[in-house]
Each structure stands twice: as C-alpha cells, then as structure tokens.
Write a protein of this length. Structure first.
Length: 127
C-alpha cells in the first residue's frame, strides 16, 4: 500500500517554470492550481487592477523565497509522487471496495455451517 504525504511544502517561487520571477508557478504549485489558469488570472489582474497588481507582484518576488532548482531526476520523482484528487479518490474507492468484499466473505464464512464445523473440530483438538 502506498503512502501519500499530507504535509504541505512551503510557498516558494519556482525558478524552473519562471517567466517573470516565478511567482505564478510557485503559487500554482503550492495550492495545486493549473499553471496556465494562474497566469491567465494574473494577466487579467494586471489589466484590470494595474497598480495594485504590480505592487503585489513585486512584493511577492521580494518576500517569497526562491525554490532551489531541481535536478531532472529529482523533479521526475516528485512529480511521480503527486496525484490528482480524482486519481486519489479512485484509489480510496478501490480500497474500500476491496475491504468491503473481504468483509462480506468473512461474514459469509462466520455465519456458515462450515465455520461451526471448523470450530467444533478446533474445540475437539484442544481437549
């Protein structure tokens, strides 16, 4: 059974996927958002709220630390550990179905005459 890490990493600017400082890439990675959607929303913010967005973006570049660039093998390993919520729910659903089937077999055996017979034989062996 594989284990998934539930600890959240720190918010960092991504230097590997950076266009202008890596803020959008870091935010998208931290919150699990789509990178393109994050960049698109940032662009819309630049268009409709220019002064506030520029100040906030510059502050983010200054205040959010840059993530160390990852080696290609390290990056592939980290991406292999991540899974989508849909895939995770599918895994959990599959595990519960498997447990449910095992429990049903166990209940069927315990309530069967075979279980009673096996129990009587065990009791005879112990005497």
């Amino acid at each position: 059974m594989s284990e998934y890490s539930t600890t959240r990493t720190q918010l960092r600017r991504s230097s590997d996927k950076a266009i202008l400082g890596g803020v959008c890439a870091g935010v998208a990675e931290y919150f699990g958002f789509n990178l393109r959607a994050t960049r698109f929303l940032t662009l819309l913010a630049f268009i409709f709220a220019m002064p506030m967005t520029v100040i906030a973006y510059i502050a983010a570049v200054i205040l959010i630390p840059a993530a160390p660039s990852q080696k290609p093998a390290d990056k592939e390993f980290r991406q292999s550990l991540r899974s989508s919520p849909k895939q995770t729910m599918g895994d959990v659903r599959g595990r519960f179905k498997s447990l449910d089937r095992r429990l049903a077999r166990l209940e069927k055996y315990v309530t069967s005459r075979r279980y009673q017979l096996d129990r009587e034989f065990r009791d005879l062996e112990r005497r």
